[in-house]
Design a protein around this ligand. Structure first.
Ligand SMILES: Cc1cc2nc3c(=O)[nH]c(=O)nc-3n(C[C@H](O)[C@H](O)[C@H](O)COP(=O)(O)OP(=O)(O)OC[C@H]3O[C@@H](n4cnc5c(N)ncnc54)[C@H](O)[C@@H]3O)c2cc1C
Length: 383
């Protein structure tokens, strides 16, 4: 660490950033985590079994059932008036020999657990200050301090300063659609089933949040969502009743509604020259098929693997870590980004060939066990 303030500096205090800081410190590196306090993250995350297994192995959570809600089924309802409609499709975890596909967690609760795990590590120092400038291994902080480390981990989200300073090219496409999220209480509970109503402008999804509660993720044109939110609680509930086809009886709002803009973002490489990117600094896409944080946690797992494989007693180790990490992440980032992009565009496509393909695809998934197994594997992020 000679001449440096730490072996590694992790920039960004979202879920991917805290998980990365813990992984880097657990690999034995003297670590500084720049995590400026921000507004609470009121989203929820459906995390599939491989992600939950990683969180348990990394000591970030214990029993997932004590913290989140099991997802045992995925039900897809084609709610379009299209010429060619898909069949209603039900995926059951039991079919794949599993008790659950994964668990749905409140991000705030995950964050509490991650912070508790971070506090246990004597070689991890967390600072409530952001980075304002980066130059090579040196970082200027918002409080005027200067820090340096051979390895810089950018976990600073879609607008990543670390990525820009490292000269790593990113491509971002903004959508006219956004996502409205809120918690709902339903008269008829959905059990462990995630229910997706597929409308022409995007899915309206109810995710199990325990007992009668569901987390809603509604994707539609931003203007439609803003207008629905502005119309007030009564009108909003009337919209939700209509969108859920009144399948779950009366609905009450259990939280305010928030609207998140949507875009896709991909990078040429997830690491170079002693800099690695994790989470949304490296990839972003619409919340379809619950992939974002799942992919972010796979970034962290690969960063831990790259650090475990390196001999840090030789000069240039951080450059070798970033190159190894980028190589480990390339295929997964390309595959997952491509899958979500195709899914999102096919859900929104108005063209008849796309409708036919999608309907045909869902029929095939409904009927062919081999295809269903393959779809499970891709959606679960199995390698
Ligand atoms: C509506 C919605 C639903 C979703 N549902 C799911 C789901 O079910 N399952 C799933 O896997 N994923 C889901 N996702 C995706 C998931 O929420 C994200 O992938 C994940 O939260 C990204 O975490 P992150 O830490 O990479 O980024 P962020 O949470 O954006 O964190 C970035 C952090 O960096 C900080 N920062 C920025 N600039 C600086 C700087 N210069 N210095 C220091 N810090 C800085 C910010 O303050 C912020 O705290 C969903 C996303 C949305 C929008």
């Amino acid at each position: 660490m000679s001449g440096f303030d730490a072996d590694a500096i992790v920039v960004g205090g979202g879920l991917a950033g805290v998980a990365a800081a813990i992984a880097v410190a657990k690999a034995g590196l003297q670590t500084i985590h720049l995590a400026p306090a921000g507004p609470p993250d009121r989203r929820t995350s459906a995390l599939m079994v491989p992600s939950v297994d990683y969180l348990r192995k990394a000591g970030l959570i214990d029993d997932p059932a004590a913290l989140g809600h099991a997802l045992t089924q995925i039900r897809i309802i084609d709610a379009t008036n299209r010429l060619i409609r898909a069949p209603e499709t039900l995926f059951d975890a039991a079919e794949a020999g599993m008790a659950a596909f994964g668990w749905n967690f409140a991000n705030l609760r995950l964050m509490e657990r991650f912070h508790a795990a971070a506090a246990e590590l004597p070689n991890l120092e967390t600072r409530n200050a952001g980075a304002t400038e980066l130059s090579g291994a040196s970082i200027t902080l918002a409080d005027g301090a200067h820090l340096s480390a051979p390895l810089i981990v950018g976990a600073d989200g879609k607008k990543s300063l670390v990525r820009a300073a490292a000269g790593i090219q990113a491509r971002e496409t903004a959508f006219t659609q956004a996502a409205l999220v809120c918690d709902l209480d339903l008269a008829r509970p959905i059990g462990g089933a995630s229910i997706e109503f597929h409308y022409p402008q995007g899915p309206f999804t109810l995710v199990p949040a325990g007992a009668n509660r569901a987390n809603l993720v509604w994707i539609d044109d931003r203007a439609v969502l803003d207008a629905a939110r502005a119309a007030g609680p009564e009108a909003l509930i009337a919209t939700f009743l209509e969108k859920s086809q009144r399948l779950f009886g009366a609905i009450t709002l259990a939280s305010p509604a928030f609207v998140f803009p949507l875009s896709t973002l991909s990078v040429d490489s997830a690491g170079a020259d002693g800099v690695v990117l994790v989470g949304e600094a490296a990839h972003a896409f619409p919340p379809i098929g619950a992939q974002g944080l799942n992919l972010g946690l796979r970034d962290v797992a690969d960063l831990a693997a790259a650090l475990a494989a390196i001999d840090r007693s030789t000069p240039g180790w951080a450059n070798r870590v970033s190159a190894d990490y980028a190589a480990r992440r390339a295929a997964d980032l390309a595959r997952t980004g491509g899958m979500v992009d195709t899914l999102f565009r096919s859900l929104l496509a108005d063209m008849i060939p796309a409708q036919a393909l999608r309907a045909g695809g869902l029929w095939a998934l409904k009927l062919a066990p081999g295809l269903r197994r393959q779809a499970f594997a891709v959606g679960m992020g199995n390698r």
